[in-house]
Design a protein around this ligand. Structure first.
Ligand code: HEM
Length: 209
């Protein structure tokens, strides 16, 4: 297996294996109910990338941060209310997570076309794939059919997402809690963080996959 294929495989593992409902997901889930959904997401990722190419990295990380807390259920997108501090506002996500406007724009266009059909969780999963692709990675099919969650707690983001102070044993444990091996953890985090660093250095990043 080539290194690129391994990375894509592992992104898929993070994106799709941390939820028990995975077996029910299907590639082409919206083919008849909202056939333009994936196309619209791709367009909005491209628009966001043109405005600020950093959003691609932001969306990959957003998907990771969503999936590690209650599965890939878009709970990371829920806003804080007077009675609840949401995942979005945990120190793991605020202020560093970015790309929310890309998801909002895609969701608004999709809702205008097919109301109440496409979940935000799937939009985020598609957007992460498209972000990976637009930065030079290979494309891959995203099984869809996720349901959006309604619970979003900042405390759960803090307890499920690894802080940068963790040592290798703590990181390994965090990932094994989600069914991921140490090798998968190293491959995923090493590769994604290298892309991030490259982006910081004069727009040369993302192509060196
Ligand atoms: C191994 C545990 C991990 C730790 C401790 C960690 C921590 C961090 C931190 C501290 C940042 C910088 C955030 C900032 O801008 O202030 C970051 C960025 C990033 N991380 Fe991770 N991360 C981990 C794993 C992962 C994984 C598994 C992925 C992808 C699947 C990922 C994708 C990214 C990306 C794409 C960025 C750049 C985001 C941007 O530029 O907006 N990380 N990470």
């Amino acid at each position: 297996m080539t290194r690129k294929k391994l990375i894509i495989g592992l992104v898929l593992v993070v994106c799709h294996c941390v939820v028990e409902l995975e077996a029910q997901l299907q590639v082409g889930f919206y083919r008849s109910s909202c056939s333009l959904a994936e196309f619209i997401v791709k367009q909005e990722v491209r628009n966001g990338f043109i405005r600020d190419n950093g959003v691609a990295a932001g969306l990959v990380r957003m998907h990771f941060h969503d999936c590690f807390v209650r599965g890939c259920d878009a709970s990371v997108l829920i806003d804080t209310t007077p009675s609840n501090t949401a995942e979005k506002d945990s120190p793991a996500n605020n202020p560093s997570l970015r790309g929310f406007e890309v998801i909002d724009n895609a969701k608004a266009r999709i809702e205008a076309l097919c109301q109440g059909v496409v979940s935000c969780a799937d939009i985020l999963a598609f957007a992460a794939r498209d972000s990976f692709e637009i930065t030079g990675g290979l494309g891959y099919d995203v099984p869809a059919g996720r349901r959006d969650g309604r619970i979003s707690l900042a405390t759960e983001a803090s307890s499920n997402l690894p802080p940068p102070t963790f040592d290798v044993n703590q990181l390994t444990k965090t990932f094994s809690n989600k069914g991921l091996t140490q090798e998968e953890m190293v491959t995923l985090s090493g590769k994604n963080h290298r892309l991030y660093t490259q982006n910081c250095s004069a727009n040369l990043g993302y192509k060196n996959l």
